[in-house]
Design a protein around this ligand. Structure first.
Ligand code: PA5
Length: 463
């Protein structure tokens, strides 16, 4: 495992009475053991199929890498259509591993198509996409596990029509890759009828746990990302997470500390990467943590209203917007810092000694400044007795990113087990999806429409 974890600032010994006592951790050893055993025993079973994804057959990985190479050579632009778990994996990894200004780089240096990940249905966004891509040299990957999600189907229908108009049907079909559940859903039926290339998503792989399946691997391969190294990182982290129920299991101990914090009223989980490249890791984590743990009932049906609200924050940018609240506001947060030891660039601020008044910056690097800002913020939070812990990447690479994502997933699984909730369903999301179908007039949703219309909202409080 290349990542390191520092949870000192979660403990009473570092932050005083807001922290967790060592004796408490010792007393809860049985709880940790139980959660560990439950997650370990269910590896590869039911909704825990995601745990087996990094061990995918080598020939399947080779096939995806090869397909990716074909797309990469042919495409000038590559568009992912999907939402939620079908978009955030590719988005967070591509942003972490590609050049920060990838799309603006000259094609010779870029070596991979421009990319667009369309995880919304804002009409202005769709129009803007059509304004910037040349359909004649664009490839699409439509990703939806259910094959039924309105947003993804809408994106697909618009772009496939435009593609057919631009290229004719025979050529348009070659430009669309589909990732969905084999044999199920509207998109699968369309893909079969049209003749698109189809990649399958395993039945027991939920959207937010699918980044190491074709959901993540196909688009990332198309963008030239080393998917084998990504999976190696995932395996290395998995090994650390299933080895022991002791304190050296990073996902188990941090899940436990988060759950303890929740039980002490710390209902907000802030994810704060000190790296622009890792900015969307906070989005990935936010969906995973929020959708998996936010549950009304536990597995026995008891009302629990569990969960912790994820908040996204970027170091240092949000030091100048949110940190005041985190340091002096309510004691309701845990901050997870993501730090990077060695960046892929090093920039000296200036060697110009002629400007007076800011000597402390001369001859220093942006790297030193960013690191100092991170350490200073962590110090200020700890001094104000605010719980926080740090995950450090030695560098940003496919391997360390694979480790980070796998750590998030195991941490979520252990937290779900500790909370005794089902981390793999999302009844709240499903309800909204059904109401959307009803409001859009989908056949079979007439009763839902009646329910929506009869909902007891009136106009009394509308201004
Ligand atoms: O994690 C989840 O299951 C959800 O966020 C889904 O990924 C999201 O709703 C999109 O669903 P689908 O992939 O079926 O289009």
């Amino acid at each position: 495992m290349k990542l390191s974890f520092d949870y000192n600032n979660m403990m009473e010994s570092a932050i005083g009475d807001q922290g967790i006592r060592d004796a408490q951790v010792k007393a809860d050893a049985g709880l940790l053991q139980k959660a560990f055993a439950q997650v370990k025993a269910n590896r590869g079973k039911g909704w825990q199929e995601w745990t087996e994804l990094p061990y995918l057959d080598k020939s399947e990985i080779a096939a995806m890498a090869k397909d990716g190479q074909v797309v990469r050579r042919a495409a000038k632009s590559f568009v992912v259509l999907g939402i939620g778990g079908s978009a955030l994996g590719p988005l967070s990894v591509a942003t972490a591993l590609l050049h920060f200004r990838h799309n603006e780089l000259p094609p010779k240096i870029r070596k991979a198509p421009k990319y667009y990940i369309e995880d919304n249905v804002d009409p202005e966004r769709m129009r803007a996409l059509l304004d910037v891509i040349d359909l004649r040299s664009t490839y699409f990957n439509v990703i939806t596990k259910s094959g039924e999600t309105s947003e993804t189907l809408a994106q697909f229908l618009t772009l496939y029509s435009a593609l057919k108009d631009a290229l004719g049907k025979e050529e348009a079909v070659k430009r669309v890759l589909v990732t969905t559940t084999i044999g199920k859903g509207a998109l699968y039926d369309i893909a079969k009828a049209e003749g698109f290339k189809i990649y399958g998503v395993g039945k027991g792989v939920g959207g937010r746990f699918s980044v190491f399946s074709p959901v993540g691997l196909v688009p990332l391969a198309c963008l030239g990302i080393d998917i084998r190294a990504l999976l190696k990182g995932a395996r290395d982290m998995a090994a650390a997470c299933i080895k022991t129920a002791g304190k050296s299991n990073p996902a188990l101990i941090t899940a436990y500390l988060q759950v303890k914090a929740m039980q002490a009223g710390k209902n907000v989980s802030v994810m704060m990467p000190y790296s622009d490249a890792l900015k969307f890791m906070a989005d990935f984590y936010g969906q995973l943590w929020g959708e998996s743990l936010g549950k009304a009932v536990d597995v026995s049906g008891k009302t629990v209203y569990a969960g912790q609200t994820p908040a996204k924050s970027l170091g240092v940018t949000d030091q100048h917007s949110q940190i005041q609240l985190y340091t002096e506001g309510p004691f309701d947060k845990v901050v997870t810092f993501i730090a990077v030891e060695k960046f892929r660039a090093s920039e000296v601020i200036t060697d110009d000694a002629s400007i007076a008044g800011c000597e402390f910056l001369k001859g220093r690097t942006f790297n030193e400044l960013l690191d100092a800002e991170f350490r200073a913020t962590r110090f200020a939070l700890a001094k104000a007795k605010r719980m926080n812990f740090t995950v450090t990447l030695p560098e940003i690479s496919a391997e360390t990113v694979g480790e980070l994502l796998m750590y998030f997933m195991y941490e979520t699984a252990f937290a779900g087990a500790l909370l005794n909730i089902d981390a793999y369903n999302q009844p709240g999301v499903e309800e909204g999806k059904k109401a959307t179908f009803a409001l859009m007039g989908r056949k079979g949703y007439e009763d839902k429409m009646q329910e929506v219309e009869a909902a007891p909202f009136d106009k009394r409080y509308v201004i």
